[in-house]
Design a binder for this molecule. Sequence first.
Ligand code: GTP
Ligand code: ZN
Length: 311
Amino acid sequence: MGVRKHAAARQRATPDALEPGLVIAAHGRHYLVQAGEEKLHCVTRGKKSDVAVGDRIRLARTSADQGVIESIDERKTLLYRSDQYKSKLLAANVDQLFIVVATEPSFTDDLVSRALVAAESAGVAAHLILNKTDITDALPKTRERLQVYARLGYPVHEVSAKAHPDDTRAAFLPLLEGKSTILIGQSGMGKSSIINLIIPDADIATREISAALDTGKHTTTFTRLYQMEGEASIIDSPGFQEFGLYQLSEGMLERAFRDFTPYLGKCRFYNCHHLNEPGCAVLEAVQAGEIAGLRHQLYAQLVHESSQTLY
Ligand SMILES: Nc1nc2c(ncn2[C@@H]2O[C@H](COP(=O)(O)OP(=O)(O)OP(=O)(O)O)[C@@H](O)[C@H]2O)c(=O)[nH]1
Ligand SMILES: [Zn+2]
């Protein structure tokens, strides 16, 4: 009996033997997976790194607290960014993307619009969070800068994690309910302060994850998912300065710019690139001030980038 049991354990796991889990942190090709009440340190087979935080996976256990990810369940959504050489998965199965900006330090429109384009092309709702409203000197100008996004229909929520923590929590909780949300933002916008308000033991969880994945001192360089009550979850992704979208084709790009939608199909040439063609309805809308110049500039830049991929 003992011998037979041993032989069976050596066989490759059958699909029935696979356990379901949720990927809650990723660091290189190492993943932390929540499987029931347990957290397991998992790897993929071979050199595959196509697993993202938020993925629901099937795993085969290799020890009491370790496993191998054998398959990924079908994804509802997938957010990713890419440069000339490769793409990087940001998160799977999120419903909404919150872009955190602040009165100070100044944010860049380029990053905000790139995040909006990524969300649109992934079918993920996007919201803007304006933090540090207590810095009143910079508030009017920041609000004005955000008008371009508000006019496109992206909700803008004003908070102050430091000066009004209770109001900030109260503003977030209904927005997060029953949804999976990813927070992104440039460094210094106050994303960590917001996460700490919403998830009071976030720091402890981070230390645990860091120890489990052996990430060393660089505790902020990994993406992690916090499960909340009522099926809600929140994903904290490390701050980044680059948001490449080289993977998006020209057709995907024009559809990811909401402001272009009313004009698509109205250009003189059916295959118009909306860059310098005569009779381009998009360019005419830019001229007329109906599409913001900075949005069209970014579109042109992204079209250029998408022609540069080397993979
Ligand atoms: N005045 C003011 N300062 C804030 C507010 N929220 C955060 N801060 C400050 O802004 C600075 C950056 O906040 P963090 O929460 O560390 O910002 P972060 O976006 O996580 O930045 P990184 O950790 O660099 O990614 C800190 O000094 C915070 O104390 C706010 O509502 N008002
Ligand atoms: Zn056109």
